[in-house]
Design a protein around this ligand. Structure first.
Ligand SMILES: [Zn+2]
Ligand SMILES: [Zn+2]
Length: 200
């Protein structure tokens, strides 16, 4: 697995990962790391959280960077369904994080993310209320699929560029499971991908 880009904005990182996946690059977001690298930009970013977009193989670095560039400069070219994947699913949120109606204090529900309140008719946007109360980190559990692998067929997995987890040798053209021809390390493609996603 290889870090291709870092963002301070989780929404952008999540959308970029989704965009890469629609282009056949296995990508996910490793969230909220603290930037302790310092350096030239250190004065601006030191100690701030960042979100890494990681891909399955360093070999796809250039291609992924090109897609990210395309995404950042020309967002309207996104496929129609990208937003669904990038939109947080509030029903996954811990119930305790859902605020009450700002107008009357009635209980709000994740299944009804936009007002008006049933009790007092006040307009609200649940997403904004959660942002204001808990910050964007609270929404982390609402992105991504809990088990992305369950939806992916063997053929699709074989199409992803994967490297040996031990020596980074290319596993292209090799079966779902086997031994790395370079170092002899046993590999299982689903397990490699599973580890990529479980590092979230
Ligand atoms: Zn109300
Ligand atoms: Zn190897």
């Amino acid at each position: 697995m290889h870090t291709v880009e870092r963002f301070h904005n989780e929404m952008t990182a999540t959308q970029v990962a989704a965009y890469l996946r629609t282009h056949g690059i296995l990508a996910t977001v490793i969230g909220n790391r603290t930037d302790m690298t310092g350096g030239l930009n250190g004065a601006l970013t030191f100690g701030r959280g960042f979100f890494e977009v990681v891909i399955s193989s360093k070999r796809l670095d250039q291609l992924a960077k090109a897609y990210i560039e395309e995404f950042l400069t020309d967002p309207p070219s996104l496929p129609d369904d990208w937003a669904d994947e990038a939109r947080p699913d509030l029903t996954r949120l811990d119930r305790a994080l859902i605020p009450d109606c700002p107008g009357c204090g009635a209980r709000l529900h994740a299944s009804r993310p936009l007002g008006p309140c049933i009790a007092c008719r006040k307009e609200y946007d649940l997403l904004e209320l959660i942002f204001a109360k808990h910050g964007p980190e609270a929404l982390a559990s609402c992105y991504e699929q809990t088990d992305p692998l369950s939806l992916v067929t063997d053929d699709e997995i074989l199409a992803y560029a994967l490297d040996c987890p031990r020596c980074s040798y290319s596993l292209d053209g090799l079966p779902m499971q086997g031994k790395c021809p370079e170092c002899g390390h046993g590999f299982d493609r689903r397990q490699i991908i599973d580890e990529l996603f479980s590092s979230l």
